[in-house]
Ligand binder design. Structure first.
Ligand code: MYR
Length: 284
């Protein structure tokens, strides 16, 4: 049995079968429609969420897991015989989930919990989790795992384009000045993360130009060498994302590609029709 348990939250959007197969423990965030709160991945499926979003007037909100959920899980993991926990979460600058996990870890004396702020979310967060699992299975301790994850995090790039900037603004994840400029000029800014926060990367007028720009940046990095994993992530627009995936695949025959999705919590903040292109490199 591995000595270090790997915990993450639902926004890594790792499918349940894979989590079960790899022994990954997941704590869900919540999406809230009026008075009704749903734990994503457990109480509400992604498809159901997007169809609900189309039907209702009042848009949903989101909330982080309660500290108690982490406390309960960490205590359980100690009872199961794990010696340490590495708890990997979405950026601490966009959600309080990481802080809750760390606070819960401080409250549980029976096991050592080390938090890891992925400074991102979704598929790149999943990439970090899968690396942690690989190292835990090799018998590495939490400190060695964290050292490796720091290197993996350095290689992560994530660019995304949203249909409507208001979702990010309403949720307080993009500041008003940035929203105003974007909406006024009717541009489709490419967004990315800097120090765990969402900021505009470049202002372009069409989605086509945005993806062309992202492709050029990937081209540049790939030409410098290394093994890349690229994920195209979509918010309920699989057809468009698949076309983009095929287009990228044709241009980068040596790169590993996959398709992923923005689930309910991240979909609440990005809105339907958003597409992300993210990549990371293999780190030895
Ligand atoms: C909470 O209520 O604690 C969750 C807040 C989540 C904010 C999400 C903001 C958008 C993140 C986009 C990630 C794109 C990654 C490629």
């Amino acid at each position: 049995m591995r000595k270090v348990a790997i915990v993450t939250d639902s926004t890594a959007y790792l499918p349940k079968e894979l989590r079960d197969q790899l022994g990954i423990h997941m704590v869900p965030l919540n999406v809230v429609f009026g008075q009704d709160s749903f734990q994503e991945e457990l109480d509400i499926a992604t498809e159901e969420f997007y169809s609900k979003m189309e039907q209702i007037k009042e848009l949903p909100t989101t909330s982080q897991p309660a500290i108690g959920q982490f406390v309960e899980l960490f205590e359980e993991l100690a009872k199961e015989g794990y010696e340490q926990v590495v708890s990997i979460h979405l950026s601490s600058k966009i959600s309080g989930t990481y802080q809750s996990a760390v606070a819960a870890g401080d409250m549980v004396e029976s096991i050592e919990v080390i938090g890891f702020d992925s400074a991102i979310s979704c598929s790149p967060q999943a990439r970090v989790v899968l690396e942690a699992v690989r190292l835990a299975d090799e018998g590495k301790n939490a400190e060695e795992i964290i050292e490796h994850l720091n290197k993996v995090r350095e290689t992560i790039r994530a660019y995304f384009v949203v249909d409507d900037l208001n979702h990010l603004h309403r949720g307080g994840r993009l500041n008003t000045a940035q929203l105003f400029v974007g909406n006024l000029l009717k541009i489709k800014p490419i967004l990315h993360f800097v120090d765990g926060k969402i900021v505009p990367f470049e202002k372009v007028r069409t989605e086509k130009k945005a993806f062309a720009k992202i492709k050029t940046m990937l081209e540049q990095e790939v030409s410098e060498g290394g093994q890349f994993q690229v994920t195209i992530i979509h918010a309920n627009c699989e057809e468009e994302a698949t076309k983009l995936l095929e287009d990228f695949k044709a241009s980068f025959p040596t790169v590993d590609f996959e398709l992923s999705y923005f689930g309910p919590v991240i979909g609440t903040h990005l809105g339907q029709g958003s597409i992300g292109v993210t990549w990371s490199q293999t780190v030895n």
